[in-house]
Write a protein that binds this ligand. Structure first.
Ligand code: SF4
Length: 293
């Protein structure tokens, strides 16, 4: 029986390891201790949890003398909107609201849709591997959403050029993740978003406008370019620099951010089913709204 798996706090161990690697010893200690506390509740006789607990004790011992010399780097962040929720708000305020407060009412994703997501993911991996190799993947490294922003800041603020996948930025209470962020030696930032589409359309511009606005807030004049990578017919890709076009959207996006944050604090908006339920994306709450209306 592998019942001991429930006693292993993989997330805290991973976070502890990354904190140790970057010299945030206090955070490493806190996370290892949290994981150890859960492991100590295990009453069985399997060797793996017992050995893991003893490894954690060793790690905690090793950190003890370093805590005073450590830097505070990893921080638990909170946010109110994400790029994805912002895009939902653009489509329908009720969609935005339900996505936050009634997630359980979502219609499960179809196999067809999942296949499309998988294709997009495969394309993304291909572009990264072939054009922007050896990047640091924030999501894989940290594993816990709330720490992505502070880890990204650490990477960007540390010396040297960097290629970062899933670079995560929070500004204005909005969290966005960038497919590829390149930080040059001179501190300039170039961002690339990968789309499975072959041409830029209004939905893509709206989607990138929120990302651009948040990145611009963070990097200001250091943001050198914001680009989209589009699929070409032979499974290759092309890059379009959308910086100038996206820059014109900032004021509008900032107004919408305030509006959407307010929507989330109020009652469920009243919206009737209509064409907007499938434009630009198929809403995940069509069943809920159909049955309620
Ligand atoms: S089904 Fe239509 S009305 Fe209902 S939340 Fe979705 S987009 Fe809005």
């Amino acid at each position: 029986m592998n019942d001991y798996i429930n006693y292993i706090d993989f997330s805290s161990i991973k976070l502890g390891d990354i904190a140790y690697e970057i010299g945030d010893y206090k955070s490493a200690d806190d996370n290892y201790f949290k994981a150890l506390k859960r492991l100590r509740n295990y009453q069985g006789d399997r060797m793996q949890p017992i050995m893991m607990a003893s490894e954690l004790v060793e790690k905690i011992e090793k950190i003890k003398s370093k805590i005073g010399r450590g830097k505070s780097i990893l921080k638990f962040d909170v946010w109110k909107l994400t790029k994805s929720s912002f895009v939902k708000g653009n489509q329908c305020l009720k969609y935005l609201y339900l996505n936050k407060h009634k997630k359980q009412e979502k219609t499960p994703i179809s196999k067809e849709k999942q296949k499309k997501f998988d294709q997009g993911h495969f394309f993304e991996e291909k572009v990264r591997k072939e054009q922007f190799p050896n990047g640091i993947n924030v999501k894989d490294k940290v594993g816990h959403f709330a720490y992505f922003n502070s880890y990204t800041s650490f990477l960007i603020n540390s010396e040297g050029g960097k290629t970062i996948y899933e670079a995560t930025i929070i500004e204005e209470d909005v969290l966005v993740m960038c497919d590829i962020l390149i930080k040059e030696e001179n501190g300039k930032i170039d961002i690339y978003e990968i789309k499975f589409n072959t041409e830029v359309n209004d939905a893509i511009i709206a989607d990138l406008a929120i990302q651009y606005t948040i990145c611009k807030k963070r990097f200001n004049s250091n943001l050198n370019s914001f680009n989209v990578i589009l699929r070409t017919e032979n499974e290759n890709w092309k890059i379009e620099n959308l910086t100038t076009e996206l820059d014109k959207q900032i004021n509008n996006v900032l107004l919408k951010i305030s509006e959407y944050k307010a929507v989330l604090t109020k009652e469920e908006p009243i919206m009737m089913i209509g064409e907007h339920c499938n434009k630009p994306y198929e809403c995940e709450f069509i069943d809920y709204c159909t049955n309620k209306c």
